[in-house]
Write a protein that binds this ligand. Structure first.
Ligand code: ATP
Length: 501
């Protein structure tokens, strides 16, 4: 059944505490999600792995943490105010509103394949695909409004005066004005205090280029990394956390000498693809896809996406490539524009050669939420394992890489007596003292406890049994192979630490 795997993953995500619908007790809020106790660890581990590999393991990249609200001129200079838009379309049949460039494509003039549904439960059942060559993603209708561009930035106002209240207060004074004058006056009121929630973290790195250059004594090639929340008023949100209005990005701007940009662009493509593989993502579900010329953003000389094959339900069945990360050659566009708009010289002077240049920028821009969803989908597996009576049963297991696993080890006394819980408690204490996220469970049959940990993606289960009481050894069960090894109790922390590194 198409979409079956995704349904199972969504249900597991909720049941085990990875992802919850936001404000669920109030009926939820569209496309807003909360991370539960396991989900928050998964996402933190992904961000931690990114920061460690991009910043701590290199000498040429430093971090930064910028404010979400920036000077509104930043967005004029970056081009976001004028051009960060998506094509919005209304379905005339079911009234669904959607992004034209993400809608199902069909040959213009062909017969439409209708489905029931949509906001107004559209009544039309037959028709032809319009000249745009796409149909409504909900009901399949080809009778669509013209595309109009919609800016994705969230606008808010800074300061104690609410622009809406100001408009209401000025209402009577506006009435005698001509339509043009009224519009100009309204725009003035709104724009006076308008600020935007950042739609990407990148601009923080560009506007701080000089600050970082001066304080860090780095010189090109070097990078500035940042992770944090970004906001986009997405028209179409879908597939759990794949596309939401509030999300977290992990971006790095790498400043290089013009002329070396293509080489660094290739370097970062290979580095970033390897990063996902190094954390256990299956190679056959990962690919790099170069953007066609018409897809390129206004600032990009070249761009490619790291894509993952998600088990999403599609018209043709199950599975769809989706972007995890974009790697772009942004040229000197951003630094030039900010120089122009701010009046500050953002060029770099190379003392050895006495040359001045505006660096080119290579940007690997990843999403923490999409990565978390992809790692969750990739980890999901069903296999066979023996139940308490030795009969084979289906086992649901999340095969997370140990670096990403929310819980690293479970500590399980075989029974609740004979001093086993005391031994287990001692192991728990030792692990917690090292800051290793672990979980204690003494309730129920051991097989069932293993299964619960398999479903949470815990790589190792430490079991305290009768032999522990005799010889101070414990067993460590491997989640994937289900094999057990006996290890001295005193060595268990070192055993785990070696594997977690
Ligand atoms: P898309 O084409 O899917 O809208 P994009 O090309 O606009 O994405 P970028 O601007 O390159 O995305 O952002 C970098 C990364 O940030 C993306 O690869 C993705 O992982 C993440 N991201 C962007 N938009 C969203 C969103 N609405 N929800 C969740 N993650 C997002």
């Amino acid at each position: 059944m198409p979409g079956e795997t995704m349904k199972k993953i969504v249900s597991l995500a909720k049941r085990r505490g990875f992802i919850f619908q936001s404000s669920e007790i109030y009926g939820g809020l569209k496309a807003c999600y909360d991370y539960g106790p396991l989900g928050v660890e998964l996402k933190r581990n992904i961000k931690e792995a990114w920061w460690r590999d991009m910043v701590y393991r290199r000498r040429d990249i430093v971090g930064i943490d910028c404010s979400i609200i920036m000077h509104p001129d930043v967005w004029k200079a970056s081009g976001h105010l004028a051009g960060f838009c998506d094509p919005l379309v209304d379905c005339k049949n079911c009234k669904e509103r959607f992004r034209a460039d993400k809608a199902p494509r069909r040959p213009a003039g062909s017969d439409c394949q209708y489905r029931e549904g949509g906001k107004a439960d559209g009544k039309k059942l037959a028709g032809k695909v319009g000249p745009q060559g796409y149909v409504c993603p909900v009901c399949g209708c080809g009778d669509l409004s013209a595309e109009r561009m919609f800016n994705l930035m969230f606008r808010t106002s800074l300061g104690p005066i609410d622009p809406l209240q100001e408009i209401l207060d000025a209402f009577d004074a506006l009435a005698p004005l001509s339509s043009e004058e009224r519009k100009a006056r309204l725009a003035e009121i709104v724009n006076r205090s308008a600020v935007y929630l950042r739609p990407e973290t990148a601009q923080g790195m560009f506007v701080n280029f000089l600050n970082v250059l001066n304080c860090s004594r780095l010189k090109p090639p070097f990078g500035i990394a940042q992770m944090g929340k970004s906001y986009r008023n997405e028209i179409t949100t879908s597939n759990l956390t794949f596309r939401t209005c509030e999300f977290e990005q992990m971006e790095m701007e790498y400043f290089v000498e013009p002329g070396t940009d293509e080489e660094w662009y290739r370097y970062w493509q290979s580095e970033r693809l390897s990063w996902y593989r190094s954390l256990g993502m299956r190679s056959e579900r990962l690919r790099l896809r170069a953007h066609e010329h018409k897809e390129l953003a206004h600032y990009a000389k070249a761009c490619c996406d790291v894509e993952y094959f998600f088990p999403f339900e599609t018209d043709d069945g199950e599975g769809e490539w989706g972007e995890l990360e974009g790697i772009a050659n942004r040229t000197d566009y951003d630094l030039k524009r900010h120089s122009e708009y701010s009046g500050k010289d953002l060029s770099y002077f190379e003392t050895e050669t006495r040359r001045r240049f505006i660096p080119y920028v290579i940007e690997p821009a990843a999403g923490a939420d999409r990565a978390a969803l992809a790692f969750l989908c990739d980890a999901y597996a069903e296999d066979k394992a023996p139940d308490a009576e030795g009969r084979e049963e289906v086992r649901v297991v999340l095969r997370f890489h140990p670096r990403l696993a929310p819980i690293k080890a479970a500590v399980l006394p075989l029974v609740k007596r004979d001093g086993m819980p005391d031994k287990a408690e001692a192991i728990m204490k030792a692990l917690l003292a090292e800051g290793i996220k672990c979980f204690y469970d003494e309730a129920g049959a051991i097989g069932r406890r293993y299964r619960r940990m398999d479903e949470a993606g815990t790589p190792w289960c430490i079991t305290i049994d009768a032999d522990t009481l005799k010889d101070e050894t414990i067993t460590i069960r491997d989640r994937d192979s289900m094999q057990q090894v006996r290890v001295p109790m005193a060595g268990v922390v070192t055993w785990l630490k070696e594997r977690l590194q």
